[in-house]
Design a protein around this ligand. Sequence first.
Ligand code: TYD
Ligand code: MG
Length: 457
Amino acid sequence: MAKAKTTFVCQNCGAVTSRWQGKCEACGEWNTIVEESDIGGGIAGGPVSRSRRKGRPSALLPLQGEAEEAPRIRTGIAELDRVTGGGIVRGSALLVGGDPGIGKSTLLMQAAAALARAGNRVIYVSGEEAVAQVRLRAQRLKASDASVELLAETNIEDILATLGQDKRPDLVIIDSIQTVWTDVVESAPGTVTQVRAGSQALIRYAKSTGAAMILVGHVTKEGQIAGPRVVEHMVDAVLYFEGEGAHHYRILRTVKNRFGPTDEIGVFEMGDAGLREVPNPSELFLGERNGKAPGAAVFAGMEGTRPVLVEIQALVAPSPLGTPRRSVIGWDQPRLAMVLAVLEAHCGVRLGQHDVYLNVAGGYRIKEPAADLAVAAALVSSLSGRPLPADCVYFGEISLSGSVRPVSHGGQRIKEAEKLGFRQSVQPLVGPDAPRSRDGETIEIEQLPDLVARVAA
Ligand code: TYD
Ligand code: MG
């Protein structure tokens, strides 16, 4: 084995330096650099050999030839299958990250049970909870009857030795990657070096046996325990499980996927007996809407292939402060600044002396610039004190010049809105063939001042 040497590794981003520093130059975090002994192993490769072996040539292959779709295991949980691109790929490694307590173990136990019931061999390795605790959760989830095999173990060598016995598993779940450790490196469990070395060994096992491997990783704000970010580039797919404090629903988001799309979301609701799938998220997000207050606009959004309607709420009030407040929850702060600037420059809407609060209802987070038009409508409605029509949706991107630009999937957005009883859509101007409401009213806006005139009229 190579001689152990000492390196300094940032516990936040995994950057390696040759000496200790107070601040990591790669990610800018303070006090995250820790001394770790390293076996000289690379991140991606196997053990580093110091022997001067001569390389063996391999055959070069043509591009044309036998090709095949990756074989997948469907979990039967439609929301999970959607985000993975149609099921978990055999021989691949998947990282499921999220805050502690968000429901990762719950989700994976439900998936494990569903797969075991479908005849797959599933091994659930719990490094965090004792077997009794895992069983208790399974009881609550009514999954106890499924033939999932449990292993409470944290040492990688022991885990691999157990997995390697007789029949190969179809799926292995490691809950969590921060608790496992290997004999090969000296660092404490949870450090970047251990997390990396452990993940590497598990991924190698998955690739060589064809078992699918799911690694669970906690996202931590503190730099003490290595975040799942250091594992992201090693795995084939990365899913993040998110949710907003008081709300019961959870969103599973694809961040990376070598075998599928990366813009899909899965929506779940946490209940007394585990996670329930939410096939129609719009109904959930619009559930508590009253629709009569000024400052509320419904945005017809898209998440991957799925339309999602959400309410955007704005509150604009004269500010007692020299520098008025700008507060955004669920959207992009710079994007709000841009919409405010365009409203001021091109529409004469002056908000320089006003506090502006913007909130996306239900704790949902919007990523699309298509929300610009709905945000502008909500802002102007709040400022003028005039409620927007309750049966109207908005979508469209605003450019710096004040023009409203077309966005993709207009037809699907309108269809979803109609399904939920909305009769009007305010949207960009898009030629005669463009999708429009069948029985409702389509209002095309070319320039932002036209919207302002409509809302404030
Ligand atoms: P858990 O899956 O343990 O989260 P993680 O593995 O991400 O840390 O879920 C923890 C929370 O979920 C806990 O606060 C209890 C709640 N919960 C329910 O509300 N219903 C259930 O059926 C289960 C199993 C958990
Ligand atoms: Mg857990």
